[in-house]
Design a protein around this ligand. Structure first.
Ligand SMILES: Nc1ncnc2c1ncn2[C@@H]1O[C@H](COP(=O)(O)OP(=O)(O)OC[C@H]2O[C@@H]([n+]3cccc(C(=O)O)c3)[C@H](O)[C@@H]2O)[C@@H](O)[C@H]1O
Ligand SMILES: Nc1ncnc2c1ncn2[C@@H]1O[C@H](COP(=O)(O)OP(=O)(O)OP(=O)(O)O)[C@@H](O)[C@H]1O
Ligand SMILES: [Mg+2]
Length: 280
């Protein structure tokens, strides 16, 4: 289906990101959720590996990707009669997570074959202790740098689990985060498969509701939750635009000039994160 496009720039960016058209009826939403579950099944089966690994934060992105992963391994077990297929949901808390109750509720909804917890604080602090350059930075800047270390430490832990179990690492990147470049390069941006790719945030929430997730998780305020100085800071506070505006932009709907400019600027500044490393 083609989308109406208000501005050629919206059209071009949505095309590069492979944005999924708006769901116009429940059948279309159900089909898209199933297509993404089957994508996970087929990708795991084709890899020759048997395990899926994903960090569960309590946010709606890992809620949806995690539930789809669990449904995928269940379907694979039935289809292939191979009981080795399984999903490992990982808690990766840094210190005490302020919204730990949401993470617990997410795990209860996902019902993963296996759950484990890998606290990352000691690893992050041990690394920071050997980086004297960090201590010379202004507090806010240091906090941001350490935030990216947290995201990359979570990546290391998930890949260690994948290595150890014959698994693939799932990522939760989708179009609304991709357009803003709001992920840590080779941190939460690193994965083997990205089943939410192309969805806008409202579509991630719609799939969560379709899968039967509790309303408080479907509508939870998105947060990267990476900064000690601003725990749980909403993504929208960092963006200066709302997810509704980002979704509208990506779906070719009208957005005000301020939002349009912020989104295009963020997209252009973060191109290197969506590309392969520079080569001669
Ligand atoms: N032009 C260029 N060409 C090639 N590489 C370039 C580059 N400019 C920077 N770089 C490299 O990229 C690095 C900067 O990128 P990066 O390390 O990602 O760091 P950064 O630009 O700080 O991006 C991370 C942002 O994403 C947010 N985030 C992170 C993780 C999770 C979530 C979430 O929503 O859950 C959000 C985080 O709060 C922060 O605002 C530079 O240090 C440099 O190594
Ligand atoms: N505390 C955490 N424990 C486990 N995994 C985490 C944690 N924080 C982040 N992650 C991983 O990093 C990914 C990126 O975080 P991000 O905030 O974009 O997604 P989310 O928390 O699932 O949803 P939302 O964007 O709505 O907050 C998560 O989907 C999850 O896989
Ligand atoms: Mg989050």
């Amino acid at each position: 289906m083609t989308l109406p496009r208000l501005h050629p720039r919206q059209n071009a960016i949505a095309a590069v990101l492979g944005v999924t058209p708006p769901f116009t009826n429940p059948a279309m939403l159900a089909a898209e959720a199933l297509r993404r579950q089957v994508f996970i099944e087929d990708t795991l089966q084709a890899s020759g590996l048997t395990t899926l690994v994903l960090g569960i934060s309590g946010g709606v992105d890992s809620l949806v990707a995690g539930r789809l992963a669990q449904l995928a391994v269940q379907a694979l077990r039935t289809r292939t009669r191979d009981g080795r297929y399984r999903f490992i949901a990982v808690r990766l808390p840094y210190s005490t997570q302020h919204d730990e109750d949401a993470a617990r509720a997410a795990l209860a909804f996902i019902r993963a074959d296996e759950e484990c917890t890998v606290p990352i604080e000691n690893a992050v602090q041990a690394l920071a202790a050997h980086l004297p350059k960090l201590s010379t930075l202004p507090a806010r800047r240091r906090d941001v740098v350490l935030g990216n270390v947290k995201a990359r430490t979570r990546m290391v832990a998930q890949y260690a689990l994948a290595n150890a179990t014959g698994g693939l690492v799932i990522g939760t990147d989708h179009a609304a985060e991709a357009v803003m470049g709001f992920f840590t390069k080779f941190g939460d941006g690193a994965c083997d498969l990205a089943p939410l790719s192309g969805l806008v945030k409202g579509q991630v929430r719609a799939i969560a509701a379709h899968l039967g997730a509790p309303a408080e998780l479907v509508h939870k305020t998105p947060t990267a939750d990476l900064e000690d100085l601003a725990p749980g800071r909403p993504d929208e506070a960092a963006y200066g635009v709302t997810y509704d505006q980002i979704d509208a932009f990506l779906h070719g709907q009208p957005v005000d000039a301020h939002a349009f400019q912020r989104i295009v600027t963020a997209y252009e500044a973060s191109g290197h994160k969506r590309a392969h490393p520079l080569t001669p």
